[in-house]
Design a protein around this ligand. Sequence first.
Ligand SMILES: C[S@@+](CC[C@H](N)C(=O)[O-])C[C@H]1O[C@@H](n2cnc3c(N)ncnc32)[C@H](O)[C@@H]1O
Length: 242
Amino acid sequence: MLSGSADAGAPPASHRHPRVTSFRTRRTTLSGAQQATWERLWPELGMHARDGDGPAPLLDTDSWFGRSAPIVLEIGCGAGTSTLAMAQAEPDIDVVAVEVYRRGLAQLLSGIDREHVTNIRLIRGDGVDVLEHMFASDSLTGVRVFFPDPWPKARHHKRRLLQPATVALIADRLRPGGVLHAATDHAGYAEHIAAVGDAESRLRRVSIGDELPISTDRPTTKYERKALAGPDVTELLWEKAP
Ligand SMILES: C[S@@+](CC[C@H](N)C(=O)[O-])C[C@H]1O[C@@H](n2cnc3c(N)ncnc32)[C@H](O)[C@@H]1O
């Protein structure tokens, strides 16, 4: 379990400063149908990134998916529009979708149920926890971050998900040749992500259309539909150097 060594000697969780997070906490309620689907499917398809005892241990994806396949981690999947479509388009790849927002995960679970999709699993919690504790070095074929919250005000920039430390963690967890794919409609955040990704020595920039181990073909999500009426969407891709 990765968390064992990382936490050795650290003070108890209750004594530590809370980490600056890239998400807001929102209270959500599920519809009756969503709640019923959640209760039926979550025990098999979902898990939490942490509980009262701390972060979840290293994930055994072979046993969770019931097969051995390349793994893509999507952080901040929202309602899972891209997750569902991309997993259906790539049935030989297993997708782990992380989101803090329960209603988003419930919408994705309903889609999985409706479309009989078998290659998606869900984690509720902070994607940074998931990267830190649940995946080993060189284990991921792809990491997707689509329309991360831009935190546009300068005093909030520290809350942006794609910071040097998170990108370094992603670079470590990607296997050689694995791909980080980010998309944003916020010009300032696009510049920031580009600079942070280019500064990470284990990553080298690639483009849509290059031969890559995962598809870069995203469907249009509701965030992108709003963006299309306004600023351009920037796609940013890197592969981990062999
Ligand atoms: C602007 S939405 C985009 C959702 C989706 N990717 C799409 O394109 O429709 C950003 C999402 O990321 C989630 N999020 C932000 N930080 C996160 C984190 N550290 N771990 C997991 N989810 C996170 C938020 O809850 C929110 O639902």
